[in-house]
Write a protein that binds this ligand. Structure first.
Ligand SMILES: [Zn+2]
Length: 179
């Protein structure tokens, strides 16, 4: 069970200055966000929370792995993750203000919010840390039977076979044999 309050920072009680937090994320965290394709993971997040009167600067370091299906052989593998991110938190003077600002990596909270919920920020940055291509790091670790089925070489052989039985070639052969 994920308790989202574990990801709520009670900033009101913090002095100005730097505060450090550590979070450990497993597959239950992704289930909470309805992203249950991630069946196994172990991700550690270090957060440096710099508090000042009008601005909080959050520096995240993401380190760990999660299990994904390999694009090459479809077998699950452990994708390592390592990334960092910086997010600024500002106060909206009135509720709603700032919501239309298209500043990237800046979120707004109300002065009356006593907690800053960082669960969604962590979720977004973990997903962003996943590389676009999902592959076993070493080709040897791939399911070799699947790789040879999916390889371009195998596909070429298949298309050559199609060419051999292409009726247009049969017609050409007939023309040739007439000579
Ligand atoms: Zn693979």
């Amino acid at each position: 069970m994920v308790h989202i309050r574990d990801y709520q920072i009670p900033w009101v009680g913090l002095k100005n200055g730097e505060h450090k937090f550590h979070f450990e994320i497993d597959e239950l965290f992704f289930m909470y966000f309805d992203h249950s394709e991630i069946k196994r993971c172990d991700i550690h997040i270090d957060l440096k929370f710099q508090k000042s009167e009008h601005l909080f600067i959050l520096k995240f370091e993401i380190d760990g792995w999660l299990e994904l299906p390999c694009d090459r052989c479809l077998k699950p593998y452990e994708q390592s993750l390592f990334d960092d991110a910086e997010v600024w938190v500002k106060f909206a003077n009135n509720r709603g203000e700032g919501e239309n600002a298209d500043e990237a990596d800046c979120i707004y909270i109300a002065r009356t919010d006593s907690f800053l919920d960082i669960s969604k920020i962590i979720y977004d940055y973990v997903l962003l840390a996943i590389p676009l291509g999902h592959f076993h790091q070493n080709v040897e670790d791939c399911d070799q039977a699947m790789v040879s089925q999916n390889s371009p070489g195998a596909r070429n052989k298949a298309s050559q076979k199609v060419d051999e039985t292409d009726p247009r070639w049969d017609a050409l052969k007939k023309l040739r044999s007439k000579k």
